[in-house]
Design a protein around this ligand. Sequence first.
Ligand code: CTP
Ligand code: CA
Length: 225
Amino acid sequence: VLSILSPQDLKGKKILISAGPTREPLDPVRFISNRSSGKMGYALARAARRRGAEVVLISGPVSLAPPPGVKVIFVETAEEMAREMLSRASWAEVIIMAAAVADYRPLKTSKSKIKKERQEMEIRLSKTKDILAELGKNKRPGQIVIGFAAETENLLPRASQKLKQKAIDIIVANQVGQPGIGFESDTNQVTILSPKKPPSEIRLAPKEEIADKIYDYLIEFLKMS
Ligand code: CTP
Ligand code: CA
């Protein structure tokens, strides 16, 4: 219904989006995760669909309704997210990593519930694969890869460092740990960076509006290519 009021400026574009947290199991009942709600990634999926794109959403565990008209694939761990994103990457013209992928997972997952035997315990963790860096490295000609940078300090320098190190096209810098911005919030405030254009500051707005601004930026970016 809304699509007739929206510009169809992403019509037919194949967009692969990741959203939400991942869960890294310690045992059958416990996991390590983070505060991501999935709202930014789901807003990106809805907005892309509304503007005419063909959208596949790889989603971690969230409590959000699947966006109508979007193919949603649910995953739990960083490893599953990596598998789904990397196996579908060649299909996509645009890839957006909005998921808050766990950086570490427990080295061992216990098959039985861990008992509270000791006064202190240590959990050994092992780094997960950087999906975004992998997508950047294997980018095919013309493909656009967009990442997010979640930072509590030094937002813009760290975001532009990630843009370069992961060899991606666009990064959305997201100050986290403040009320109303980023994680768990319905609103967000971001700065969009790329090597081609001056930084674009997006004021505090609902995530669906932020999503539209990201696509406006993308369309400008594509015109410059
Ligand atoms: N990302 C990813 N795979 C990971 C970790 C992160 O694809 N294993 C992606 C995120 O989806 C995001 C971008 O990388 O698009 C940046 O994530 P962020 O957590 O801000 O940065 P990291 O590179 O993980 O570094 P750090 O957490 O140390 O700041
Ligand atoms: Ca991280």
